[in-house]
Design a protein around this ligand. Sequence first.
Ligand SMILES: [Ca+2]
Ligand SMILES: [Ca+2]
Length: 237
Amino acid sequence: MHKKFLTVAAGMIIGMAGIASANGDKPTKFSIRIENTTKPDAFTASDGTKWSLAFSPGIAVVHTDSAPIFTAGKKDRGKGLEAQSEDGDPSKLAQALKGAKGIRSVVVYNSPVGAKAPGPITPGAAYETTISAQPGDKLSITLMMGQSNDWFYAPAESGIELFKNGKAISGDIAGELMLWDAGTEVDQEAGIGSDQGPRQKAANTGKAENGVVRQVQDGKPYAVSSSVLRVTITPAM
Ligand SMILES: [Ca+2]
Ligand SMILES: [Ca+2]
């Protein structure tokens, strides 16, 4: 009697595991398209200079960790966010995250759609990439605000839930991104600062800030992600 019970119970457990892997645990593929929706010369600096906004290469991270890239109100961790946000180079950050605890996958996007080489997305241009995730997984993406000293676009530190009530999300998620200051380089006026991405003499040039990661809220249109970006996420059915 006792032995028979154990056999039945084991059969039930195996059966349940089979169902779980056939449905809940099967990864879902998502495509992600990150598009610069601004127009050339859309911005005007205080000295009258017209400037265009571009976004740098970045990473898409699928994670279970609650703050894989930064913690708001804390100093940069020194794991590559500085190069991402000051120079638009995500390679160090990608390297630091790959294989880390709570990180499922890291993918770098660096070549605009239709371009033959890596580069920023200028007005109208887009990056595309794909990820794979399962219920419970979250997404973080990064892009440098190309006309800044150390500003980057990313969601809240905890990332974006890729499944709501077990169902894969879809549509434009640009509204979930925010503009962050990495706290690593002193800010100059966006679009004209001599130590900013397009104008600095070399990578990692500019006055050190020794600040904390915090949201940029200067009231300018570029501080509202959905007014400068479209980020379309589409699950494969
Ligand atoms: Ca700064
Ligand atoms: Ca700089």
